[in-house]
Design a protein around this ligand. Structure first.
Ligand code: NOJ
Ligand code: CA
Length: 729
């Protein structure tokens, strides 16, 4: 069946021109959001600088902020010469020119748009995309540049567009100079700038405090930046003293480097700071081209911020004609035992530094700890099939793991050859006979060229054996040297893998790739990413409580995360000598299946550990992975979250809540339930004496009949949470 992701329900309404942007004086234009509560003033200064601001309910949140670029080359037709001589040695002798002042406005266009579209999977089954738009046509010398502003009721998107220019089609960016000047010293929840990873815990501080907390926030060659203070990553959640939630991110990151934010702590201003390429430049553009959207979301409450779909709305509609093969997945995996140290990815301890293909694994001595062996994989398949899962991830199935990490080699994995004790044909056949699919694993060891060389064969192998999803990974420094994980080169690589996968009807879950920017709307086979500190860190020293109450405001703003919840054996030391402390209770783990939205959800622990708590495991079995409606009931970043969601395929509702290290009590009115209907509520909660440090496994399960208007009382332990299923009668 062919199903289009975007069904235009309300009828896309494109009106142009309208009165939504009005010229208020010479060289200044006002844009209002559809409900009139947000407004943006766009203006051209005496120096020809284009500026914008942003207000909510008449209160300015972003003060006038300049837009533009510093470019390499000259602003004439001879730019072509500079760009095409290909000489990196001459780099420093290349002139730069400013594309942030001296602009003339050639004209503006205004329009409005209103549609309701249906995602293939999501937090709800319908999403409204409603905005007013102003397009400003600018000129400086021979260069034309447009800036498009879209104002929604929940925030602003703006992007640069470069019309086709045959005389000088190539641009080399020295820096993008998009400013976000904030009207106050807002509270921010941030992770430090880093061009290679987002795997950090969050810090809460005033903007003015960022540099003292983390002076060296940006890794890489940032010595020339005029901002001497700390840089942070997006999606950056902030809050004003008046309680307005402000979030800066980007949408539709395609063929462009990932944006960080440089913060001037004294003035509480910020500007874009792009990931450099190996030569230190910040992006290469061939006209016609457009940048990603720069976004500022505004909300009057934390709940409103969580309900914002601005990032998805700024992405293009689905590019795939047939999406019938894309589906949400609940899975288990041969994984946690390796992460925690109870098993190994590699088959032998003998061979190191041996060129791929020259290692005779069949003749080598097994290390006895290889987890991806036939018997172990069958055990997972049996358990997953018995309990209604869709899939099993198997890592460590392919040769090369003896010598993969930090080896700085370009040929470690071929993604094709199984270890001798992993029978790829028989295991897939066995899995399929029980209604389970195996999930492929491709650790690229950060060699994108090696991966691209093998990609077609690797995806064809998956098709041959019936795999329809791959977890890929990018551990280590990227080869070629000097290339960052968030550079334009890698941004293009990640999307290339997703679009090639779509041709093979394969869903992609990429770890260590760039944080998402809503591209899953356009390519819904991108079913998840990691791109933040996930559950694995519970085995790498632990994660402070509050992290999962933060992620929905930051990392999840761009798309779903493969957070891999579900730890039931919190005593990692007793299990396998892992000295880490798990920062949640069992009830807190159950909550994550509701609070951490993803169409790809893992139950990460082992069958043996689940077997010890089958009553609690019932919630993981029952909870859906696709929703028709979501309600954000209580929330404060990094403190607590309570979310209710309705199953897309039944009338059942689910509720989840998490807290940080504080014990919290809530009375939750069940107003979301259908009026006049009865539900059997099963409540999974922390026991009165539960505590993530001293008593994490203590939970209680209660059952009662409820209806709309009933109240559920819960007390969450320190580092705890709760989960409820409401079965419609
Ligand atoms: C890091 C990933 O996050 C993890 O899930 C994976 O098991 C390892 N890399 C090995 O690829
Ligand atoms: Ca990782």
């Amino acid at each position: 069946m062919i199903r289009l992701i975007t069904t235009v329900l309300a009828g896309a309404l494109l009106l142009a021109p309208t009165s939504t942007a009005s010229a208020t004086a010479d060289n200044s234009w006002k844009l209002n959001s559809p409900d009139g509560t947000l407004s943006t003033n766009i203006s051209l200064s005496d120096k020809g600088e284009l500026c914008y601001d942003l207000s909510i309910d008449g209160k300015q949140i972003v003060t006038p902020s300049k837009l533009g670029f510093e470019m390499r080359g000259v602003l004439k037709a001879q730019q072509l010469e500079y760009e095409s001589d290909g000489s990196i040695d001459k780099k420093d002798r290349q002139p730069h020119y400013s594309l942030h002042d001296g602009f003339t406005v050639l004209g503006t266009e205004s329009s409005s748009f209103d549609e309701t579209w249906e995602p293939v999977w999501g937090e709800e089954s319908q999403i409204r995309n409603h905005y007013n738009e102003t397009l400003v046509h600018l000129q400086k010398g021979s260069r034309l540049i447009d800036v498009r502003f879209r104002l929604f009721d929940d925030g602003l998107g703006l992007r640069y567009e470069f019309p086709e220019c045959n005389d000088a089609p190539y641009l080399c960016i020295v820096e993008e100079l998009t400013e976000f000047n904030l009207a106050g010293d807002y509270t921010a929840w941030w992770i430090p700038g880093d061009f290679d990873t987002q795997e950090y815990q969050f810090t809460k501080s005033r903007l003015s405090e960022i540099s003292s907390v983390y002076p060296q926030a940006l890794r890489g060659n940032d010595s020339q930046t005029p901002f001497s203070t700390g840089g942070v990553q997006t999606s950056l959640q902030m809050k004003t003293d008046e309680g307005i939630y402000v979030n800066i991110h980007e949408a539709a990151l395609v063929d462009y480097p990932c944006m960080h934010l440089l913060v001037d702590c004294e003035k509480h201003t910020m500007r874009s700071y792009l990931t450099p390429d190996a030569q230190g430049y910040k992006g290469r553009i061939q006209t016609p081209a457009k940048t990603p959207w720069r976004t500022v979301q505004l909300a009057r409450s934390a709940q409103e911020q969580l309900a914002s779909r601005l990032i998805l709305n700024l992405n293009e509609p689905c590019a795939l004609e047939d999406v019938s093969w894309i589906h949400p997945v609940k899975y288990m995996g041969v994984w946690w035992e390796m992460i925690a140290g109870a098993g190994s990815w590699s088959y032998t301890d003998e061979y190191r530094s041996v060129k791929l293909g020259q290692t005779d694994y069949a003749a080598s001595k097994p290390n006895g700890r290889h987890s991806a062996n036939n018997d172990n994989v069958r055990k997972y398949i049996d358990f997953a099939a018995e309990h209604g899962f869709d899939a099993i991830l198997v890592e460590g199935w392919n040769i090369g793991w003896e010598d993969w990490a930090n080896c700085n080699k370009d040929y470690v994995f071929d993604f094709l050859t199984p270890y001798p004790d992993f029978d790829i044909a028989a295991l897939n056949e066995y899995a399929h006979s029980k209604g389970i699919r195996l999930i492929m694993h491709h650790e690229t060891s950060s060699s994108p060229r090696n991966y691209e060389r093998h990609l077609e064969q690797a995806y064809s192998l998956m098709n041959q054996y019936g795999y329809d999803a791959v977890k890929s990974g990018y551990v280590g420094d990227i080869l070629p040297e000097g290339t960052y994980h968030y550079s334009q080169y890698m941004i293009n690589h990640y999307l290339y893998c997703v679009t090639e996968a779509a041709k093979h009807h394969i869903m992609v879950n990429a770890h260590e790739a760039v944080r998402p920017t809503g591209l899953c709307r356009t390519y819904p086979n991108l079913i998840a990413n990691e791109s933040a500190m996930g559950t694995e860190y519970q085995a790498f020293g632990g994660i402070k409580p509050g992290h999962t109450a933060m992620l929905p405001f930051s990392r999840l703003n761009g798309g779903p995360m493969d957070y891999t919840p579900g730890i039931f054996e919190t005593d990692l030391n007793a299990w396998c000598g892992n000295g880490s402390t798990v920062g949640t209770t069992i009830a807190g783990q159950l909550a994550l299946y509701v609070t951490m939205y993803s169409p790809l959800q893992m139950a990460c622990d082992t069958p043996e550990h689940y077997a010890e708590h089958m009553d609690a495991f019932q919630f993981i079995k029952d909870v859906p992975v696709d929703w028709s409606e979501s309600r954000y009931l209580e929330a404060e970043p990094q403190d607590y979250l309570i979310i209710a969601r309705k199953d897309k395929n039944s009338d059942n509702w689910y509720l989840g809540g998490v807290t940080d290290e504080q014990v919290r009590e809530f009375k939750i009115p069940c107003n979301f339930l259908e009026k006049g209907r009865k539900y059997v509520a099963t409540i999974y909660k922390d026991a009165p004496d539960a505590d993530y440090l001293t008593n994490p496994k203590a939970y209680r399960i209660e059952r009662k009949t409820v209806k709309a208007g009933s109240t559920i009382k819960v007390k969450m332990a320190a580092g705890g949470g709760f989960a409820v299923s409401f079965e419609a009668q």
